[in-house]
Design a protein around this ligand. Structure first.
Ligand code: ADP
Ligand code: MG
Length: 391
């Protein structure tokens, strides 16, 4: 894999850089709830400041659907960036209009301009060439440091590269390298998958199947397979369209011994009582909310043999205290193996939440907050944001 990294360019002095970041942070009533993405962006920003370039920063925030929406203005992000970086950041409430063009004319080396929410313009969502061209006209060089949106065909990560020389930011380069390592895994590779929607997870199972020694399933995802094999799953979370997906997935693989299902589960009875039992004993009136202790033991044995571990999706409804044990056990196993014995990566919105809850974050080799993009990359889907940057 070759990465056109921005740190390979010799002279950046006085160059205007269009820096696409992912500052799509969780917000509540106009306030930033968690600024880890802004902190993560500082590395590339500081690097480019040291090189005396001029920065034109842009990001999306939420889903304003191509229209102005005051509540989703990026102004608070610009203010937080100024605070965290200790440098003046000039917010421009514009994207490709006169205000932006004027500001860019006046910008000096070492200065930062922060544009309004990219998704206020429908052209962004449509990957529109004209909009991309106008964005490009603001700068000399394009840098993508927003891996989280690099699986999307949108103007500021895709079409813009037709009009500017394009490079990877430091964070994006690191993220792609970390995830790529799992695609060329040191074997045995053990893949652990759970969570909810099978439609979004099936491509990953398919793509990781050949290289994996085992694919350990849990969560709502496993329920679909249990049902497919004719087991009672009661009132459990289940995708009614999952049958054809699983059939297709297991085509020619029906004798497979790679896909491993829970042997016991934690269920809640109608009365509210919670207990663990064998999968064959689940009743119509019960709901599966977690994997059981025997399953944890079985999975632990397989995880301990792995040289590479990939984890996406919680093993149960971990947000509720009674059902978090399966997921917390996997988090601990990931942590204990990742620290030197195996290479471990984990990703997905709720998976990261679960790891945070477990207190095991720093013991896993790579944790990707870019759930969708990581799944797309590992599933070998097209990555419009990476073309011309990574080959
Ligand atoms: P990620 O964002 O990590 O990819 P998903 O979005 O696929 O994960 O799914 C996570 C959600 O699935 C969690 O909120 C969790 O509560 C839910 N979940 C997992 N297993 C079950 C289950 N057995 N019953 C109900 N909800 C479940
Ligand atoms: Mg999720």
């Amino acid at each position: 894999m070759k990465i056109k990294n921005i740190n390979s360019l010799n002279s950046l002095q006085g160059k205007k850089i269009f820096l696409r970041l992912d500052f799509n942070v969780p917000m509540k009533a106009g306030k930033i709830k968690d600024d880890y993405k802004i902190k993560a962006g500082l590395e590339t920003i500081n690097f480019l400041m040291l090189k005396k370039s001029s920065l034109i920063i842009a990001t999306h925030l939420g889903k304003p659907k191509g229209k102005n929406d005051k509540k989703l203005s990026t102004a608070p992000l610009a203010r937080r960036l100024a605070k965290l970086s200790g440098k003046p950041v000039k917010f421009i409430p514009d994207l490709v209009g006169d205000k932006a063009k004027k500001a860019v004319l006046k910008i000096k080396p070492g200065e930062i301009i922060f544009l309004e929410n990219l998704r206020f313009n429908q052209g962004e969502l449509d990957n529109d060439n004209n909009f991309a061209k106008e964005l490009a006209s603001l700068a000399d060089i394009y840098v993508n440091d927003a891996f989280a949106v690099s699986h999307r065909a949108q103007a500021s990560v895709s079409a813009i590269k037709k009009y500017l020389p394009a490079y990877a930011g430091l964070l994006l380069a690191k993220e792609v390298q970390a995830i790529h390592r799992a695609l060329k895994p040191k074997k045995p590779l053990v893949t652990i998958m759970g969570g909810a929607k099978i439609a979004t997870k099936a491509p990953l199972i398919k793509s990781l199947y050949p290289a994996s020694k085992y694919i350990l399933l849990g969560g709502g995802l496993a329920n679909n397979f249990l049902k497919f094999y004719g087991l009672e799953i009661g009132r459990s979370l289940y995708d009614k369209d999952s049958l054809p997906i699983i059939k297709k997935l297991l085509k020619n693989k029906l004798k497979n011994k790679k896909i491993i299902l829970p042997i016991d589960v934690v269920v809640q009875e109608k009365s509210g009582r919670i207990k663990s039992k064998k999968v064959a004993d689940v009743k119509k009136s019960e709901t599966i909310f977690d994997i059981g202790p025997e399953t944890v033991n079985l999975y632990a044995g397989m995880i301990k043999k792995a040289q590479t571990l990939i984890w996406n999706g919680p093993m149960g409804k971990f947000e509720e205290i009674s059902f978090k044990y399966g997921t917390m056990a996997i988090a601990r196993l990931m942590a204990s193996r990742s620290s030197g014995k195996a290479y471990g990566i984990a990703g997905g919105g709720e998976t990261v939440e679960a790891l945070k809850m477990s207190g095991m974050m720093e013991h896993v080799d790579w944790i990707s907050t870019a759930g969708g993009a990581m799944l797309a990359y590992l599933s070998k889907e097209k990555m419009p944001g990476l073309t011309k940057i990574i080959s």
